[in-house]
Write a protein that binds this ligand. Structure first.
Ligand code: FES
Length: 126
């Protein structure tokens, strides 16, 4: 079951089209692109620069570190074998941005949830 967390108001993204939020200790960058809000892990998986400090061009987030381009919808880096975690987002009728803190990663079969702390395998009876 999804646990939605209220992280921001839509009007907060109206001017700069981006905002940094911290959810459960994790920095997450929100981007408003084509009237849709996308959430991507803010810490670049390459050399840990902040993606929210980057620029958006042609629907891609350009990291300020080494200019790798990330698709904020999937987290996939263009021309790189790196995928940033992304987060499911919904915007309510009254403009509240809700986020599911369970990260998702893009796979060939689509975007799947990846719990941060997997359960330990339990013993199986013979
Ligand atoms: S730190 Fe993001 S591309 Fe290098």
């Amino acid at each position: 079951m999804t646990s939605w967390v209220h992280v921001a108001e839509l009007r907060e993204l109206s001017r700069r089209k981006k905002k940094l939020v911290v959810v459960e200790g994790r920095a997450i960058a929100l981007f408003l692109l084509d009237d849709e809000v996308h959430a991507i892990d803010d810490v670049c998986g390459h050399k840990q620069r902040s993606l929210v400090k980057g620029t958006v061009l042609d629907g891609q987030v350009i990291c300020p570190g080494h200019q790798w381009k990330f698709d904020p919808r999937t987290g996939q880096a263009e021309d790189q074998a790196l995928c940033q975690p992304v987060f499911a987002v919904q915007v309510t009728d009254d403009g509240r941005i809700l986020l599911d803190p369970v990260p998702r990663v893009s796979t060939p079969r689509g975007t799947v949830a990846v719990p941060e702390a997997p359960h330990e395998a339990s013993e199986v009876s013979p």
